[in-house]
Design a protein around this ligand. Structure first.
Ligand code: S3P
Length: 432
């Protein structure tokens, strides 16, 4: 599996803020991560590709030091990447510079109020564009604070991007910045900030919430980072192997951070045979190879509490559910409506045209599986991906389990997170 997208973004951002040299191996060379690299260069860091390595690229970063970001000369083009946008807004918020953020049509429809609000409290001034239903969206201009104020912020939505934006702003803020996280989300920022030498503590309060404290005006030191493989990319191959009769697939180098491993738990509860082989630690994260065999899946009710640990994996879980025996019920997934597309509505329409039986509710999908029978699509069943990589890849997996095949209208977005997807899928299905 290619490098983890979340960890790749963070390694470039922190490398660019550290003093000295950071080496990153296994970096995901997807468009989203390259947007982060371009933005960090535009703010003064030196970021170079040294060559191809195992599972990703070898990169070198020379940082500017916390507080040393320069004013970018032109607008920062974030492409399709919500993670680049929200985390970089955090970084800029505590530097005395002004940056304009722009993005593609998908990103320009996504809500930015969730970061504007806490970053405003820190002292940043942000002018955003009005979006649908009173939301604040790109393009936006952010003027960082001259004297940023440390805040204590309780996350109103379970979002690692919002958490990370506040923590990254805290790096150049005198005093202690605190984030209270009632529902845990991916913790790569916390792990990596510590790895770079920041003073960061995590404690569980009386109500079971995680309280993260970061001491500001941190001095980060360059690191050697090995990026583990992305479990969100592995997800497509896990489900493909479970669905296609005769499959017995080993997926190498899969990150298994518990804050990311919800899909595996749900697929196992559905009867999926997923074995962890050669467990090890890579770059401070648990990693294993996964051996996945074709399995008869049963529908389940997915516990909404698992959602943050599999938030990007619902599109492909819906595909697994469409082939299971019985009904799968998902709820509590409002956040899916503000991803690269409205993943509840878009997957309902996509699975409909692929011939699955799906019901849409306000906060999830209820899916009646075929019990392993291949899907039978309608005649004009071309899938609309709406600039969403995970819709394209999920529906490619559905195509493997379809009598008539599935046609996807636009595969270009796949390059945002998984440029080698089509080649790997061809290899894996050719070997069957
Ligand atoms: C990410 C956090 C998640 C996830 C996204 C990557 C991150 O977003 O969907 O793909 O790297 O922090 P939210 O914070 O909006 O849930």
């Amino acid at each position: 599996m290619p490098g983890d997208k979340s960890i790749s973004h963070r390694s470039l951002m922190l490398g660019a803020l550290a003093l000295g040299e950071t080496r990153v191996s296994g970096l995901l060379e997807g468009e989203d991560v390259l947007s982060t690299a371009a933005a960090m260069r535009a703010m003064g860091a030196t970021i170079e590709r040294l060559g191809a390595g195992d599972g990703g690229g070898e990169w070198r970063v020379h940082g500017v030091g916390v507080g040393g970001l320069l004013q970018p000369a032109a607008a920062l083009d974030m492409g399709n990447s919500g993670t680049s946008t929200r985390l970089l807004m955090g970084l800029v918020a505590s530097h005395p510079i002004t940056a304009t953020f722009i993005g593609d049509a998908s990103l320009s429809g996504r809500p930015m109020g969730r970061v504007i609000e806490p970053l405003g409290r820190i002292g940043a001034e942000i002018t955003a564009s009005p979006g649908a239903n009173g939301t604040q969206t790109l393009p936006l201009m952010l003027r960082g604070a001259d004297l940023p104020v440390p805040i204590s912020y309780r996350l109103p939505v379970a979002s690692a991007q919002v958490k990370s934006a506040v923590l990254l702003a805290g790096l150049n803020t005198r005093g202690i910045t605190e984030v209270i996280e009632p529902v845990p989300t991916r913790d790569h920022s916390e792990r990596m900030l510590r790895g770079f030498g920041a003073d960061l503590s995590v404690e569980i309060d009386g109500q079971g919430a995680r309280v993260i404290r970061l001491t500001g005006e941190a001095e980060l030191r360059g690191q050697q980072i090995v990026v583990p493989g992305d479990p969100s990319s592995a997800a497509f191959f896990i489900v493909a192997a479970l669905l296609v009769p005769g499959s017995d697939l080993v997926i190498e180098n899969v990150g298994l951070n518990p804050t990311r491993a919800g899909l595996i738990e749900v697929l196992r509860a559905m009867g999926g045979s997923i074995e962890e082989v050669n467990p090890r630690e890579v770059g401070g994260e648990p990693v294993a190879d996964l051996r996945v065999r074709h399995s008869a899946l049963r529908g389940v009710e997915v516990d909404p509490a698992l959602a943050p640990a599999m938030i990007d994996e619902f599109p492909v879980l819906f595909v697994a559910a469409a082939l299971a025996q019985g009904t799968t019920v998902t709820r509590g997934l409002e956040e899916l409506r503000v991803k690269e597309s409205d993943r509840i509505a878009v997957m309902r329409a996509a699975l409909d045209s692929a011939g699955a039986r799906v019901n849409e509710t306000e906060d999830g999908l209820t899916i009646e599986g075929t019990g392993g029978e291949p899907l039978r699509g309608s005649a004009n069943g071309r899938i609309k991906t709406h600039l969403d990589h995970r819709i394209a890849m999920s529906m490619a997996v559905a195509g493997l389990a379809s009598r008539d095949g599935v046609e996807v209208d636009d595969t270009r977005p796949i390059a945002t997170s998984f440029p080698s997807f089509e080649d790997l899928l061809a290899t894996a299905s050719g070997a069957a």
